[in-house]
Design a protein around this ligand. Sequence first.
Ligand SMILES: Cc1cc2nc3c(=O)[nH]c(=O)nc-3n(C[C@H](O)[C@H](O)[C@H](O)COP(=O)(O)O)c2cc1C
Length: 219
Amino acid sequence: MDVIEAINSRHSIREFSSEHVSRETLNKIIEAAVQSPSGGNSQPWEVFAAAGETLEKIRKIYLDRSKSRQSGPKTPPPSSQPAEHTERMAVIRKERFELLGLDPEDPASGNVFFKWAANLFGAPLVLFICMDKSVPPARSLNIGTFVQTACLAAKHYGVDSFIAGQLLANQDVLREELAIPENYNIEIGIALGYPKPDSIINTYRSPRRSVNEVLRYKS
Ligand SMILES: Cc1cc2nc3c(=O)[nH]c(=O)nc-3n(C[C@H](O)[C@H](O)[C@H](O)COP(=O)(O)O)c2cc1C
């Protein structure tokens, strides 16, 4: 697949089918992702993949724990965050609720997303990208290059993705089931798989800022 086609066609999938992603395909995705650039070629990424029975065990614990929790009020964004960032987040929240026919003002509406998250979005494969805790936080940028390359490579191999902090809701469980050492931070999760047919939420596309808005150019 052409790289621009992969960039433009990748979008977050929030409802996956149970169709398995083969180990061979996963290897190819990681083979591409390790080509990502990193500061000083430090390659700080460590990948823990959960699939099959291991993932089902993790999913069950997530679901069991979610039953005793409420989705609760949205965590307020950090006060240092620019207002326009908060507004963009509010836009996608509202648009996604409206797409699902839910009232964005009703606190109960959030339960839909809360339940999907607890079910790990139905994904048959989840990657947890880790980095040694001693690496300076600024090096997280290296994790970003790796994650985006992995998602674009996945697209090339016909696999969809969802990068989500929500996948890390129960880090103690991830450490236990995947033997993630305490000296690693779990930076982000990537759900991989194939979209559930006829899913409404998967048709959602987040709006983007225009080139003119983002780019300041001086010659
Ligand atoms: C680091 C990171 C963390 C994210 N965490 C979440 C999350 O926890 N829940 C969620 O619904 N979406 C999450 N997203 C997905 C973003 O909302 C999404 O990428 C953005 O709205 C752009 O939409 P697109 O991926 O469909 O292009 C995350 C994305 C990134 C890059």
